[in-house]
Design a binder for this molecule. Structure first.
Ligand code: ATP
Ligand code: MG
Length: 390
């Protein structure tokens, strides 16, 4: 027997347990999706998902620690303390393959048809995400050419990209996310279809789109994501205000995103509020400048004016907008403290969100000084001289 493709110790014991119990009970059960892709790339997966031919009811019969979730498509969550192993029954693409379907008819409104393992692989978005891993023999099951594309480091839709992007335009953003995060190229036909169908993004459910925007920004490759979004013309669809500004002033976002990527690489998780602030840092500049900040009479009105249209359109959660405001208002206090060279008042230190407000302050300061041409070592020296807890 050949050695397993993925060493067993890379697969968390809980996932192994679920697979073993299902297979010993006569079912097929494989690791699937992002975890197989990441393990093959030598990255550590965010979560371990399982696909099986057991129905949700059958899964529930087999596991006491099981909860069935979802109304439309029922999934089993098998719970081990704070770890959850998502176990889904193989399902098929509910749409008949018909390339000539007019307009909206490709859009998938429901997603609840059980299927075979092969159908389950084929309904997935990109070939690298369509692999199964059969743990016991230690073999990858590849119905979609995913192994080849992972080796080539290529993002390719499963099947005709012109169909797959129209079925679910959120896949446009997922293609950008994977290409940016993994440093993959986007295969030619897939890339051309992204350009052709970029306007379809408007048909997607707003909360899904917003969630993907946050993921792109928080995923550790925000700079590369922005480059790709602009290249494909998706930024105009997503954030027209921002796209317009970057046409005029191209360098007004990347320096911030660069620092966000560095923070994420160091284990930070920027809040959605912070991300909103950074997207519009250029428009909010008056609030950050020592000279002008004091002159802005009603900072909250400025924030509403700048962030309002976007937040309304994308239905940004109220708590995220509040967080953005809190972070912005704290900047004024921080500038004052710094100017006077005093210590931060303890009252401020213990305020909610203060640590992140301080992080934002450092970030704004770095970008401002970089723009003035200060050397990185100089900037860091200035920052460590602040009378601020760091
Ligand atoms: P991440 O590491 O960001 O979690 P992932 O590949 O695990 O990446 P998920 O969003 O967790 O992505 O989805 C899990 C799997 O479900 C994917 O690998 C893919 O096979 C499938 N999938 C997710 N979203 C879609 C979609 N919009 N269309 C088709 N298949 C999808
Ligand atoms: Mg995942």
């Amino acid at each position: 027997m050949s050695a397993p493709v993925i060493p067993l110790d890379q697969i968390i014991p809980e996932a192994q347990k679920v697979i073993r119990h299902l297979t010993r009970s006569g079912h097929k059960a494989y690791l699937v999706g992002g975890c197989v892709r990441d393990l093959l790339l030598g990255r550590s997966p965010k979560d371990f998902d399982i696909a099986t031919d057991a129905t949700p009811s059958e899964v529930r019969e087999l596991f006491r620690n099981c909860r069935i979730i979802g109304r439309r498509f029922r999934l089993a969550h098998i719970i081990f303390g704070n770890k959850i192993i998502e176990t889904a029954t193989f399902r098929a693409n509910p749409r008949e393959e018909d390339e000539n379907a007019p307009g909206d008819e490709l859009y998938i409104h429901r997603d609840n048809v059980f299927g075979t393992a092969e159908e389950d692989a084929r309904r997935r978005d990109f070939t690298m995400n369509g692999l199964f891993y059969d743990v016991e023999p230690g073999q990858v099951i590849d119905y979609v050419g995913g192994l080849h594309d992972i080796k080539q480091r290529s993002v390719r839709t499963i099947g005709d990209p012109n169909i797959r992007f129209r079925e679910d335009p959120v896949r446009l953003l997922r293609a950008v996310k994977f290409a940016a995060r993994l440093g993959f190229d986007i295969e030619d036909q897939t890339y051309r279809a992204m350009i052709t169908h970029r306007a379809d993004l408007q048909k997607s459910a707003v909360p899904r789109v917003l969630e993907e925007i946050y993921r792109l920004l928080r995923g550790g490759a925000a700079v590369e994501s922005l480059v790709l979004l602009r290249e494909v013309g998706l930024l105009t669809e997503l954030l027209p205000e921002l796209a317009g500004r970057l046409e005029e002033r191209p360098q007004t976002l990347e320096p911030y995103l660069h620092l966000v990527d560095q923070g994420v690489a160091a284990g930070e998780v920027p809040s959605s509020g912070l991300l909103l602030v950074l997207l519009f840092a250029a428009e909010l500049q008056a609030l950050f400048d020592e000279e002008t900040a004091a002159r802005v009479r009603d900072p909250l009105a400025l924030v509403d004016e700048v962030l309002g249209p976007l937040c309304a359109r994308l239905r940004v959660a109220r708590r995220d907008v509040e967080r953005a405001k809190l972070l912005l208002l704290a900047q004024r206090r921080l500038f004052q403290v710094r100017k006077k060279g005093g210590k931060i008042p303890t009252s401020l230190l213990h305020r909610e969100g203060f640590t992140e407000a301080l992080a934002l302050h450092g970030l704004l300061y770095r970008v401002a000084r970089q723009a003035e041409g200060a050397a990185p070592s100089q900037i860091e020296a200035e920052l460590s001289a602040w009378p601020l807890p760091r």
